[in-house]
Design a protein around this ligand. Structure first.
Ligand code: NAD
Ligand code: TDX
Length: 335
């Protein structure tokens, strides 16, 4: 299989490429990534001899058309992904997430007219908005779209484009909406790596509001195993929700990090809450389990967190050069 992976130099994409190179000798991987602030060539260093990395933008129709024409399948991870950045400056989110997905869909439509080119579009549970804190309800694939943030609204728009291209042009696409990922190679702007690297650099962790907000955590390798399962066995046109029964409030996650890193339970700062902060996400992954037989393997959150902390401890060269600038941006916004 000739596989094009967009956003393969980002957090989830890089882990996907690593797993693919390790487990699937019959797959030739091309990564298309514009190496934004969130993308890192170094995240692909361990597999650089095994893949082709093309530095380019998913809104570049000429380049995307050429690469899609050479591919049997496309897994589309590339996106602007940080909610706080979207609140500060939404324009790149509209461009990359909406126009970028449109560009990929058009290339898949045009070049897949004879032999269909398989497309998997990677999306988020945030398209469904949020759930109340004190309610057992979870998102399902028939939950109504109700995005809250500039980020999630652009991901919702991209999902709608994919659905329309499936219906109107019979593009052979699937969509997955996954919950919050954690693991190695995640940018230090995101919650878990920010707190770990704050502690490692002598800063206090920062919790938005009271920390009662709930996220449904999944290890990035479990997410990527589900993406592979959907790519190979998923029904064309279908949406699958990916989650690993990992609901935890932010305060509990932070206290687990503090405990595992030898700090006291109150050694953190409460900072101003995020505007429009979604309360709770929770995924019902039943169809993925029952129809495709997927099961998460990283079910011990403490063990996954400990391994993630170890990774940041032993990969300081990967994150240290950007840490001060990320914290300087946060400090400006918090004023
Ligand atoms: P990330 O920000 O770590 O990586 C995104 C990658 O896309 C980067 O390498 C970046 O350079 C690249 N990129 C951005 N705009 C581009 C453009 N215009 N052209 C080419 N490349 C571009 O993101 P991530 O956390 O790895 O997320 C990957 C995908 O998974 C996204 O689509 C995101 O919406 C989705 N997702 C993420 C999570 C999560 O918890 N991180 C959960 C559910 C879904
Ligand atoms: O310093 C922080 N303190 C804090 O309390 C940061 C950065 C975040 N938070 C809170 C906000 C959220 O409730 O932690 C929670 C997680 O925050 P993020 O890591 O920014 O993730 P979230 O906003 O939930 O979105 C993530 O999951 C879904 C990804 O960034 C998205 O790309 C994905 O679609």
């Amino acid at each position: 299989m000739r596989l094009l992976v967009t956003g393969g130099a980002g957090f989830i994409g890089a882990n996907f490429v690593h797993a693919t190179v390790r487990d699937r000798a019959d797959v030739a991987v091309t990564v298309l990534d514009s190496l934004t602030y969130a993308g890192s060539r170094e995240s692909l260093t361990p597999v650089e001899a095994d893949i082709r990395l093309v530095e380019g933008d998913i809104t570049d129709a000429g380049l995307v058309g050429k690469l899609v024409a050479e591919s049997d399948a496309v897994v589309h991870f590339a996106a602007e992904t940080h909610v706080d950045n979207a609140l500060a400056d939404p324009e790149p989110f509209v461009r990359s997430n909406v126009l970028g997905t449109f560009t990929i869909l058009e290339a898949v439509r045009q070049h897949g007219a004879g032999t269909p080119i398989r497309l998997h579009h990677v999306s988020t549970d945030e398209v469904y908005g949020d759930l109340p804190l004190d309610d057992p309800a979870r998102f399902t694939e028939s939950s109504p779209y109700n995005p809250s943030s500039p980020y999630s609204s652009t991901k919702a728009a991209a999902d709608m484009l994919v659905r329309a291209w499936v219906r109107s042009y019979r593009v052979a696409a699937t969509i997955s909406n996954c919950s919050n990922n954690y693991g190695p190679y995640q940018h230090v702007e995101k919650f878990i790596p920010r707190q770990i690297t704050n502690i490692l650099t002598g800063r206090r962790p920062k919790l938005y509001g009271t920390g009662a907000n709930v996220r449904d955590w999944i290890h990035v390798d479990d997410h990527n195993a589900a993406v592979w399962r959907i790519l190979t066995d998923g029904a064309h046109g279908r949406t699958y929700l990916i989650g690993a029964d990992g609901e935890r409030d932010n305060l509990s996650v932070l206290r687990a990090i503090l405990r595992l890193m030898g700090c006291g339970p109150d050694e953190f700062d409460h900072v101003t809450d995020r505007a429009g902060h979604d309360l709770r996400y929770a995924i019902d992954p039943t169809p993925l389990r029952d129809e495709l037989g997927w099961r998460p393997r990283h079910t011990d959150f403490d063990a996954g967190l400990r391994a993630t902390i170890d990774w940041y401890r032993t990969h300081e060269a990967w994150w240290r050069p950007i840490k001060d600038a990320v914290e300087a941006t946060y400090a400006e916004r918090e004023q």
